[in-house]
Write a protein of this length. Structure first.
Length: 116
């Protein structure tokens, strides 16, 4: 393997963006080839499953806070904010960044108010 020759973080970041740009250009050139489209169609369910697994992992961390997974350790504020965020994202089509910020502020306020 070739060692990275970048001296600082900005050169490394620029290198990462350069690789992504080259990949995007190559994709645009070959996007009409049926083999590429069939490979991407096969990868789509895998990507959805990975995102779903990450979401379940985050929900588990929010609901139980790293403690033993029993009903006594449930974080009801976290579960409520997750349900509200899910509703706001799916039904109301809110901005995801705004939804995360509002849930964080609401969770901080409710935990401070309830003393949990």
């Amino acid at each position: 393997m070739e060692k990275c020759k970048a001296k600082n973080l900005s050169e490394k970041t620029l290198g990462i963006y350069q690789v992504h740009f080259k990949f995007f250009c190559e994709y645009r050139r070959y996007k009409d080839i049926s083999l590429l489209q069939s490979v991407l169609a096969c990868l789509r369910p895998v990507i959805v499953a990975l995102i779903f697994g990450a979401g379940l992992s985050i929900l588990s961390m929010v609901a139980f806070g790293g403690d033993a997974k029993t009903l006594a350790h449930l974080d009801w504020v976290g579960i409520g904010s997750f349900a509200a965020a899910f509703f706001a994202l799916r039904k109301l089509k809110w901005n995801p960044i705004l939804t995360m910020c509002l849930c964080g502020v609401a969770g901080l306020g409710l935990h401070g108010l309830l003393g949990i």
